[in-house]
Write a protein that binds this ligand. Structure first.
Ligand code: UDP
Length: 460
């Protein structure tokens, strides 16, 4: 076996999966691996477009090779339709992935020695097993959620969920006596609000679970400090977080910034440089959240009402309808709006005071790793669990309360921003947690040691 393993990395087709798996790939390269980074054609095209089509400039000589496989859907298909997308992936991608691995061997003499598959792409572990190469799982969400997935049969037996995965009644429960309480109202697969979709996602999870046994390694984007109980509940699951981009040389499109689906607006960093220390509210809701018009208006007015500087990411996707007018009363003099930010760089900027976030797991880890307190505004799936964890377990954030019409009002936004920014205890807890998280990346740190062990296994 070669001393330089070639690892095929397969994220699910979404920004929140591509990002951490690209950073993991960059880590593996630092440890001497070559990477075949496989995404769907749809995602690949976005990544290349976001680089201004400078793919060749950025990736020539790189040890990360970007490769795409069609997901089987037409160019105009609705890829937000979970069922259509994953049915099509399951029907089309396995044969193509196998063919790709064979072609790499025959045409380029590249022998793939391991597949690292995202939780949602664990069908690829069957291929690894079939062709006799190594397989590893990457779980991009909280370890607690994998613990929950692994407990599905017990949750059904205990009457917590029914056989369709839906909570039987609203209550809290614990996976083990030391596990933080979970709320049935934040069971992640049940937090999809398209009729019938929760059951589809649940069935998909049930379908994925047996594949996990094919993986010799289970890696997770978390740390022991964050989720000690979940990690002792699943001893096979190894934390390798926080997966953070190194921004030292990342002023433009470079190999370091590979994997963005939209072009980053770097002008916000110059703008942040002009703002006082710990003064700016950073507002970003990840890659999929959509607001309705009324809520968008309340948010705009709420930010204005805080009378503080804010940096607000408002995506303007061509493939989704996120183009809403700002209200007439909104002047925005103290704020800056961008379509896509270099989020990790923003969060590490000294001008940032707090993070109004949808609590996607990457945003959660990125905010925690920078000691930034949260204002939590979850939208779907795991974000409700993450919010609960941030607010009730880690105690480094507050949630918003909706009014009788289900709206988060502009007064509520101002109120909660003021509360978080005046809470010195919360800020110092966030700082302590940041130090703990970052220690994981130092020599001898748990995540760093886990990656070392993983690489040694890859090289065996
Ligand atoms: N992100 C970014 N710029 C933005 C907004 C988000 O680079 O303006 C990145 C963010 O750093 C994170 C990812 O997009 O790594 C979003 O993942 P997350 O799990 O937070 O949310 P999702 O998009 O999956 O809902």
């Amino acid at each position: 076996m070669s001393d330089v393993p070639t690892v095929l990395v397969l994220p699910a087709p979404a920004q929140g999966h591509v990002n951490p798996m690209m950073i993991l790939s960059q880590r593996l390269v630092e440890y001497g691996c070559n990477i075949i980074f496989v995404t769907t054609e749809f995602i690949h095209n976005k990544v290349i477009t976001s680089m201004g089509n400078q793919e060749a400039d950025v990736t020539t000589g790189s040890r990360i090779k970007l490769v795409s496989i069609p997901d089987g859907l037409g160019p105009d298909a609705d890829r937000n339709n979970f069922r259509e997308l994953f049915d099509s992936i399951l029907n089309n991608m396995p044969a193509k992935l196998e063919k790709l691995i064979e072609e790499l061997r025959l045409k380029d003499g590249v022998i793939v020695s391991c597949i690292v598959a995202d939780f949602s792409m664990t069908w690829a572990l069957e291929i690894a097993s079939k062709i006799g190469i190594k397989g590893a799982l990457f779980h991009p969400f909280a370890a607690s959620l994998l613990a929950l997935n692994c407990s599905i049969p017990r949750l059904i037996d205990d009457g917590i969920i029914d056989s369709n995965g839906l909570p039987m009644t609203r209550k809290t429960f614990q996976l083990s006596p030391s596990f933080p309480a979970m709320d049935t109202d934040s069971i992640w697969w049940a937090k999809i609000f398209v009729p019938g979709s929760a059951n589809e996602v649940f069935n998909f999870v049930v379908h994925c679970m047996p594949h996990l046994e094919l993986a010799e390694w289970w890696l997770c984007h978390t740390t022991t400090d964050l989720e000690p109980e979940a990690l002792s509940y699943l001893p096979k699951l190894l934390p390798i977080g926080p997966l953070l981009r190194s921004y030292d040389h990342d002023e433009g499109v470079t190999e370091r910034s590979l994997g963005q689906l939209w072009k980053k607006d770097l002008s916000c960093i110059n703008w942040l440089d002009q703002q006082p220390h710990a003064s700016v509210i950073y507002v970003a809701f990840g890659s999929t959240t959509l607001f309705d018009n009324k809520q968008f208006t309340e948010l705009a007015l709420g930010l204005e009402l805080t009378n503080r500087p804010f940096l607000w990411v408002v995506r303007q996707d061509s493939d989704c309808n996120n183009k809403m007018p700002l209200p007439n009363e909104f002047k925005g003099n103290q704020g800056k709006i961008v379509k896509w930010a270099p989020q990790q760089k923003v969060l590490s900027h000294p001008a940032i005071a707090c993070f109004v976030s949808h609590c996607g797991w990457n945003s959660t880890i990125e905010g925690l790793s920078n000691g930034v307190p949260f204002l939590c505004w979850p939208y779907i799936v795991d974000q409700f669990f993450d919010k609960q964890y941030i607010c009730d377990v880690l105690k480094v954030g507050l949630g918003f309360d909706s009014d009788e019409n289900g709206l988060i009002s502009h007064e509520e936004i101002k109120d909660k921003v003021d509360k978080v920014l005046s809470d010195e205890n919360m800020r110092s807890r966030a700082h302590v947690l940041k130090e703990k998280l970052l220690n994981n990346l130092k020599d001898g740190g748990t995540s760093s040691e886990n990656l070392n062990k993983f690489i040694n296994w890859l090289k065996e």
